[in-house]
Unconditional design. Structure first.
Length: 441
């Protein structure tokens, strides 16, 4: 007899099936034992009432892996569990096989809420991932990634795969991880930016889901040392606004797909997808900082970027003024953006760059890029770098590159903020930060 997923038992009342999974919870009532069996499709109540099975069933404990054969039956109506897809059925066990035992657990996995600290949650990651309050986070994350891919493919973007071992820092600076690459120096990539741009010469429109690494000495609720970027790049643009338009389509597609495919998870987390306006508002950085000053009295008007409290305030402004929980902030100073960012011809001290602020947190960064070879070489020197170290990258522009631009979403940040998680580490399967590579160092 082949294995049946527990959710498929709904359509097999009166039939004998075999299910396999983990003991999610265990209840003994003398001559009868109940367990909730968990597999990838959900939970199913199993009843052990046959005398020959009772002793073995009483030995079961949470997280033991078992295989059970039995007859699918309807529960009495007064015992229906409306919170479960399988809440109207149960399995009357006829055989029990223990496939693997679990040692004593470090915390109670049967509780609906996982009442542990974040360090405990991460120190026991192989166990905490199984919990029904944790696993759904990554189902939502999968929907986000799949929606990103689907939207861009519908816009004729090609998916590409780029190296994460690179010969030089993508964006300059010291926030890179050095790697001894045989007898040469290499680095873990800060982003796939250079390779995205190079590949436009072949594909014109590309995207990738890329791991990126930042050696930033920061421990916050919003930063990771290793994260997943949802990156896209497009050629033959006439304006940076075209890039914003594509990014807007992508994020709206994500909201739609998460709302449609993960409504039960959103309900369980007590959240909704972010509200949007008919047109996502756009505001220049200087205007944003002036608005923040007028609203709060906090004077950040000479700053080159939005501080976290500024992002939160401009998020509140967007929600109040436009009914939108997302807003694009544009025209960051040239000195604050990477050397490949296109300066605004009407205001060369500013760039045609943008961030997307979602629920008061930066989710995305993008811009039009410099496509002129001489200008790019000049900027590399201005930023204190040696053009010789960017030889492969510069070839793409030396041999002709059309006007282009692109953007990158932070997958974990979007997941965190859609689900209302307190810490971005909760939105990473195996988070990396200053102190953690699986366990605290």
């Amino acid at each position: 007899m082949g294995r049946t997923l527990v959710v498929d038992g709904i359509n097999q009342i009166g039939q004998k099936i075999k299910v396999s999974g983990w003991v999610n919870s265990f209840r003994s009532h003398g001559k009868i034992v109940f367990i909730d069996l968990r597999d990838r499709s959900g939970l199913l109540q199993i009843v052990f009432s046959k005398p020959e099975l009772i002793k073995g069933a009483k030995d079961l404990r949470n997280e033991w892996v078992v295989e059970v054969e039995g007859l699918v039956g309807e529960r009495p109506e007064k015992l229906w569990n409306k919170d479960l897809a399988t809440g109207k059925i149960e399995l009357d066990a006829e055989s029990l096989t223990v496939l693997a035992r679990a040692e004593e657990l470090p915390f109670d996995t049967a509780r609906p809420a996982l009442e542990v600290t974040l360090p405990t949650l991460l120190d026991y990651r192989p166990l905490s991932l199984r919990h029904p309050s944790v696993a759904p986070i990554f189902k939502v994350q999968e929907i986000i990634a799949d929606s990103f891919r689907t939207t861009l493919k519908s816009l004729d973007f090609a998916e590409a795969f780029f190296p994460t071992l690179v010969p030089t820092a993508t964006e300059g600076g010291a926030q890179v991880f050095h790697v001894d690459y045989f007898e040469k120096d290499a680095y873990l990539s800060q982003s796939p930016q250079f390779y995205k741009q190079i590949s436009l010469g072949a594909f014109e429109r590309v995207f990738t889901l890329a791991h990126a690494y930042r050696a930033e000495p920061s421990v916050t609720t919003r930063h990771l040392t290793e994260y997943v970027g949802l990156d896209a790049e497009m050629a033959f643009i006439e304006s940076y606004l075209e890039v914003i338009s594509v990014a807007d389509k992508v994020i709206r597609g994500i909201f739609k797909d998460v709302g449609t495919k993960a409504g039960d998870i959103l309900k369980a987390f007590g959240v909704t997808v972010p509200k949007t306006a008919s047109e996502t508002p756009k505001i220049k950085l200087r205007e944003a900082l002036e608005i923040i000053y007028q609203r709060t009295g906090r004077d950040s008007r000479n700053e080159p970027d939005l501080a976290p409290e500024d992002e939160r305030e401009i998020g509140r402004y967007a929600a109040e003024e436009f009914g939108s929980e997302i807003i694009f902030v544009t025209h960051y100073p040239t000195k604050k953006r990477p050397m490949y960012t296109y300066p605004d011809p009407e205001s060369p001290e500013e760039t045609q760059s943008f961030d997307l602020i979602g629920r008061g947190v930066e989710w995305l960064t993008g811009s039009r890029r410099i496509n002129n070879y001489e200008q790019l070489v000049s900027n590399i020197k201005k930023w204190g770098n040696d053009p010789a170290k960017f030889e492969t990258y510069l070839q793409a522009f030396k041999y002709g590159m059309p006007p282009e631009g692109g953007f990158c979403f932070g997958l974990e940040r979007i997941t965190q903020n859609i689900l209302g998680l307190e810490n971005v580490r909760q939105a990473s399967l195996f988070p990396r930060d200053m102190n953690r590579v699986d366990i605290t160092l």
